[in-house]
Design a protein around this ligand. Sequence first.
Ligand code: NAD
Ligand code: UGA
Length: 326
Amino acid sequence: MLDSPSRVVVTGAAGFIGSHLCERLLADGHQVAGVDSLSDYYERERKYENLEVARAHANFTLEESDMVETDLARVVRGASVVFHLAGQPGVRPSWGSHFDRYVHDNIVATQRLLEALREVPVQRLVFASSSSVYGNAEMFPTKETALPRPVSPYGMTKLAAEHLAFVYMRNFGIPATSIRYFTVYGPRQRPDMAFHRFMEALVDEQEIEIYGDGEQTREFTYVSDAVDGTVKAASADVVGQIVNLGGGSRVTVNRVLDTLEDISRMKPRRRYLPAAPGDPRHTGASINVAREKLEWEPRVSLRDGLTKQWEWFLATSAKRPRVTPT
Ligand code: NAD
Ligand code: UGA
């Protein structure tokens, strides 16, 4: 499907993962139509910067609009694949009045896209779902068949969107695949995410804030691995299926900090705070489906990936004013 140059749509193109995906698709020779509302969850300037490479490419266009408001049938016309990464991410801020944003960007935006795809068929819709749909899983590594029981409002909205895609598939034949990313990291990582915050605290000589005892584990996934799995999911025989994309091993937050100390040769002070509501204690992916169906394998080790993110952070952070994400 993506074997020959095609026109593809990437929603959430200006975001962390979306911008890397655009670059990969452009490098593969595709015409990429990006859609992004440039939401203010974190600074818009960062999102423009994320797209610096893509925007310089003749085969890239960006539509700056909210998916709920715009005519998506027009946007997807002529596309073979839609990669739907737009959404309101962030597990911990999804409580209280912020929830409305999660419903709007994760559920309503997805429903509008699915309605457009009824009108304008495509060969594949790849939806960016999340390990947060599992909540506190009963088994590790967690298979796609595990009963999803989110513990955050965010996770619930991602699960709702995933179900919506399959509802439209069953009724209208929309060829949907859902990929579940596990805590993605690397250059351009969102400023609210752990590694980015840790690095910021390091260079600012502030305490590193850890939610809970730091013995929670995550299956951290390097961004180029996540992107590679996403591209493969567009062509593989996985319509109607869910595919975990996990980095290959579970690591505690404390161990990440040990590795970061080693890489940066800096010794951060650690401050342990209460665990955050909505955070699962552990995540861990069974990646056998991705191995078998996508012929995908994570390639970047945590140490190598963390080194790349640290180098990127040092190269870009000096230029930036400090803004605390909301
Ligand atoms: P991000 O915030 O950097 O990117 C998401 C982009 O979507 C943003 O640029 C935002 O402006 C855009 N957007 C939001 N609502 C929109 C709307 N209504 N219309 C148009 N654009 C809109 O986040 P990210 O970390 O790159 O995550 C990308 C996707 O992957 C999200 O759907 C997220 O839920 C999912 N995901 C991310 C991770 C991770 O570790 N980063 C893990 C699991 C799943
Ligand atoms: C990440 C993304 O932010 C979500 O959008 C995504 O859906 C989710 O992965 C997923 O895999 O589905 P999270 O795992 O919370 O969510 O990612 P980080 O912000 O990098 O946090 C990793 C761990 O570090 C968590 O246990 C968190 O509690 C902890 N943490 C985070 C801290 O101890 N201190 C911080 O300052 C930030």
